[in-house]
Design a protein. Structure first.
Length: 391
């Protein structure tokens, strides 16, 4: 006997996929959420060292669908600054001063968001969770797509959504091409304690092939984010905790005093990607499967949540889900709106990384002029969140 067709099958039970499932379930849409990880890993995710910068709009979006993050798990950001090489004068990218908000956003550990999203999904009666299974093929059927899993079981849905990351296997199975760029760099992250207050300010330094960021956490602790060529990453990884802290204090110019390690060192390859097309026949891409931005933007997750909002808006009419959620007309609306929003972010982030990674004298001059112009102009404190919320 054939299985009843679901409205939506979402591949990837990360925070973006689970957020989409919650938004659709609230509209009485039947959802199957599929992930290769076992249920125990989703229920109690490992601390991967990564911190997510949530805008106020993103936090409100999560709260609206029942994904509640305890206030004690969030660290406010009051200002973000960017420095050019060894210069002591930086550019204020964003500031909460005078904007009616006590912060420009919050930093939340990735595993905290994942756990909160999982708990919300578990409390929904409209979401079926299939774990420990990979998608091996996508087929077509009357009015929908079939999702074949690696245990030979099959799920049929009117719409399949790929939310399985920047190297999305579902995107490939759907025949959607993407620009995938392995930068050749490594991303090292580690939480550190320090002796001087960070004043809830993020710092970013770009000095040739090395990029450094400091993200302020609760109390006198911060997350260090380093983008490094492999040989520099391997050198740091080989150090003892004490030697690493000494080197980090030097690299970060004693900006928050002496440091000591308060967490494990995590190492990730740095790959960025952008899908050439966001939809196919009854298939849509969201989150990093649509665009995986360089961490220099600090807004990858916010862009992912924006894709959820745009897709849900395209699939609804007067706060009700359309009869056929996989209809081409609705998917075309989503693709047009999200592509229009992410293209400028993609090109701007690539240009910024190229400019700040260039060690030649002309590039240093351009960076110096750009920072000087930015100091004389109004701060960019509202720009990114406003852009993400409105486009």
């Amino acid at each position: 006997m054939s299985q009843p067709i679901k409205d939506v099958a979402i591949v990837g039970a990360g925070p973006v996929g689970m957020s989409l499932a919650m938004e659709l379930a609230a509209l009485d849409v039947s959802v199957t959420l599929i992930d290769a990880a076992p249920c125990t890993a989703l229920a109690s995710p490992d601390d991967d060292g990564r911190e997510i910068a949530l805008t106020h709009a993103s936090r409100k979006q999560l709260t609206a669908v029942g994904i509640d993050i305890p206030a004690g798990q969030m660290a406010p950001i009051r200002e973000a600054r960017l420095y050019n090489g060894a210069s002591s004068r930086g550019m204020t990218l964003a500031s909460a001063r005078g904007e009616g908000e006590d912060s420009i956003g919050q930093l939340v550990a990735n595993h905290v968001i994942r756990r909160a999203a999982f708990e919300a999904v578990q409390g929904s009666g409209r979401i079926e969770l299939v774990t420990g299974r990979r998608v091996s093929a996508l087929g077509t059927c009357s009015g929908g797509r079939s999702v074949l899993l690696d245990d030979q079981s099959q799920i049929t849905a009117r719409l399949v959504v790929a939310a399985d990351g920047r190297l999305s296997a579902t995107r490939r199975l759907a025949g959607l091409s993407a620009q995938v760029h392995d930068t050749g760099q490594r991303l090292l992250v580690r939480r550190m304690a320090h002796t001087r207050p960070h004043r809830e300010v993020t710092w970013s330094w770009f000095n040739g092939e090395r990029g450094l960021a400091l993200l302020p956490l609760a109390g006198d602790t911060a997350s260090l984010v380093m983008t490094l060529p492999p040989h520099q990453a391997e050198r740091l990884k080989a150090l003892s905790a004490e030697a690493f802290a000494t080197e980090a204090t030097r690299l970060y110019r004693n900006s928050v005093g002496e440091m000591r390690c308060s967490g494990a060192l995590h190492d990730y390859p740095l790959v960025v990607s952008r899908a050439d097309h966001l939809v196919a026949d009854r298939v849509a891409l969201v989150g990093d499967a649509a665009v995986g931005l360089h961490p220099v933007t600090a807004h990858g997750f916010n862009v992912g949540l924006a894709s959820v909002r745009r897709l849900v808006e395209a699939l609804t009419h007067h706060d009700q889900a359309v009869r056929d959620v996989g209809a081409p007309a609705q998917l075309a609306i989503y693709a047009r709106h999200h592509q229009r929003a992410i293209l400028p972010l993609w090109h701007a982030s690539r240009a910024l990384v190229t400019l700040y990674g260039d060690t030649r004298p002309p590039a240093r001059l351009v960076r110096h002029l750009a920072l000087g112009a930015a100091r004389r102009a109004a701060p960019l404190q509202w720009l990114m969140e406003s852009y993400l919320a409105r486009h």
